[in-house]
Write a protein that binds this ligand. Structure first.
Ligand SMILES: C[S@@+](CC[C@H](N)C(=O)[O-])C[C@H]1O[C@@H](n2cnc3c(N)ncnc32)[C@H](O)[C@@H]1O
Length: 187
């Protein structure tokens, strides 16, 4: 699901608060959350942005250019996992990101998490979007749900349990938009 206006404002505020400079976004679509992020970073800030679809990114790109923040974005077209694997392979990327926002294929969130913990700096934050998943995470098993909501619900539930039990992070789940879980790396 696309980031809502309140999520965009929230991201912008959070990034300013933590003085983020080097960030990553997995799942760009037309670039709404990307723009909110880019506007919050200093002029020499960087965002590594990944999406399997460049066309949608290019649809929103004129707005990002008009805002004068396109130079902060390094867009990579393709699945995020191989890019993360390449980053993890090079030790100099370890602990180098201040903030990472994940808003893509929910069935891969745990695969992302394994890699992102190496890449985010101690004290840095990973934000997982849609962790309330339309409220379906608290719906009874037989609740009538749209097909795609039902399909991804188990993945989101599994993620939420894994994050809550992970001693390497402190978490906070916020009822902003469709739910954002912030994970602060503590180890
Ligand atoms: C919910 S949209 C992102 C919305 C965006 N963050 C925003 O708030 O405006 C999810 C995006 O994830 C992308 N996506 C899906 N699978 C992906 C993958 N394996 N790697 C990278 N991006 C992926 C889709 O193409 C889609 O554009």
């Amino acid at each position: 699901m696309t980031t809502s206006a309140d999520e965009g404002q929230f991201l912008n505020m959070l990034l300013k608060l933590i003085n983020a400079k080097k960030t990553m976004e997995i799942g760009v679509y037309t670039g709404y959350s990307l723009l909110a992020t880019a506007l919050a970073l200093p002029d020499d800030g960087q965002i590594l942005a990944m999406d399997i679809n460049r066309e949608n990114y290019e649809l929103g790109l004129p707005v990002i250019q008009k805002a004068g923040v396109a130079h902060k974005i390094d867009f990579r077209e393709g699945p995020a996992l191989p890019v993360l694997d390449a980053l993890v392979e090079d030790e100099k990327n370890h602990g180098s990101f201040d903030f990472i926002f994940v808003d893509a294929d929910k069935d891969n969130y745990l695969n992302y998490h394994k890699r992102l913990l190496d890449l985010v700096k101690p004290g840095g934050i990973i934000g997982y979007d849609n962790t309330l998943w339309n409220g379906s995470v608290v719906a009874p098993p037989d609740a009538p749900l749209r097909k795609y909501v039902r399909y991804y619900r188990d993945f989101v539930l599994e993620l939420n349990k894994a994050l809550a039990a992970d001693p390497r992070i402190e978490i906070c789940q916020l009822p902003v938009g469709d739910g954002i879980t912030l994970c602060r790396r503590v180890k």
